[in-house]
Design a protein around this ligand. Sequence first.
Ligand SMILES: [Zn+2]
Length: 113
Amino acid sequence: MDEDEVFRLLDGHTSTLPKLFEPVDSLFDQMQCPQCGGEVEKVVDDRAPFIESQVTPNFRARCLVCGCLSTKEGVIIQRGEVKRGANPLEGLSSVDPRNDLSGLPHGRTRGPA
Ligand SMILES: [Zn+2]
């Protein structure tokens, strides 16, 4: 059977595949990374692309921020790398001696002035 014949036979029939993907797409669109809360993309699990009882491929969520890989239930398969400096407040803490200004004389600030 050549390609033209296949298309002629399919002409007039509607594909049901997009309808099967709608709930999956919707689920991943609403999902956030379980590690950092970032936006995720839907990727096919390359270790197990298909499951016997499932029509659609076996999708995983990959975080666009940290690269974390998780299941659609939010179970982390592979942790991502949260880049330092992504959050400007990261690393600041009241117990960090570099941030403790209480020892400075009144009216003075640290650093060049
Ligand atoms: Zn993330």
